[in-house]
Design a protein around this ligand. Structure first.
Ligand SMILES: [Zn+2]
Length: 259
């Protein structure tokens, strides 16, 4: 199953509509695919799946995901938690449940209480949690997935945004995580898009059979995230333009005092 589990939709969750978004994801990732909608301090996933549309939706495991049988597309609830120590992505918390703490240790605990899986997203990019985890090694084991490649982290600005954040992340995974027999953490690739149009620029191939409908979804997803231990079957394309537009919009909001 091709999974791009890191997308924010457009500004404040803007999207072309439920059916239209599913069609777009299907056109990019095909049958048996998954995409994650990342809440920030909002409920854009919940708003997205609550929109009108014709496609049938099957809610899985307390609403952690919605499955669209007609297209075999899975929409997974995610949340990017902006902790002071760096961003983390909580994957598949129950519908309507968000993590509130901005302290990494507390946020990790909250995620575990929700039986969500954790991904260390763009760990060595701006606001990544990589350096904090190097100083607090015991926390690394709390993660199920390490985002080796983040399409948007390819966007760099001299002296503002670091270059080679992905290379550093991939090297760190193989040298320090995979090499440690005590850890069972997978490596992932995701777009981190700010528009539905860029879904699928990056994805990770998950071994996730269709039984997930009958089983414990959160547990099955967690297992499949951990299983990915190499860079084969990974799609990694730069999402620089979309990331650049997002960075520009954020800078404007900051200048206007809205952020
Ligand atoms: Zn993100």
């Amino acid at each position: 199953m091709k999974a791009d589990l890191h997308n924010h939709l457009g500004s404040n969750g803007a999207n072309p509509g439920f059916d239209e978004t599913i069609d777009l994801v299907y056109s990019k990732l095909g049958n048996n695919s998954a995409f994650g909608i990342a809440n920030s301090d909002d409920f854009r996933y919940e708003k997205f799946v609550g929109q009108k549309g014709k496609y049938e939706r099957v809610s899985l495991d307390k609403g952690r995901a919605v499955y669209v049988p007609e297209k075999k597309v899975l929409v997974v609830k995610c949340q990017e938690v902006f902790t002071k120590q760096g961003h983390i992505l909580a994957i598949s918390a129950p519908y309507g449940r968000n993590i509130f703490s901005k302290n990494a240790r507390h946020a990790i605990r909250e995620a575990k209480d929700f039986d969500a899986s954790l991904s260390a997203v763009h760990p060595f990019y701006q606001e990544g949690i990589g350096n904090f985890l190097i100083r607090n090694e015991n926390l690394i084991s709390q993660f199920s997935s390490w985002e080796g490649y983040n399409g948007s982290a390819e966007f760099y600005l001299p002296k503002v945004l670091p270059r080679d954040a992905n290379k550093k992340s991939i090297d760190f995974y193989f040298e320090n995580i995979l090499a440690n027999p005590d850890l069972n953490i997978g490596i992932s690739s995701a777009t981190d898009g700010h528009s539905v149009n860029v879904v699928g620029k990056c994805y990770t191939e998950l071994q996730f059979d269709e039984n997930f409908m009958n089983n414990n979804f959160a547990e099955e997803l967690d297992k499949s995230l951990r299983k990915v231990k190499c860079l084969n079957n990974r799609c990694m394309n730069s999402n620089q333009i979309d990331a650049g537009i997002h960075a520009f919009n954020m800078a404007v909001k900051t200048l206007q005092g809205k952020r």
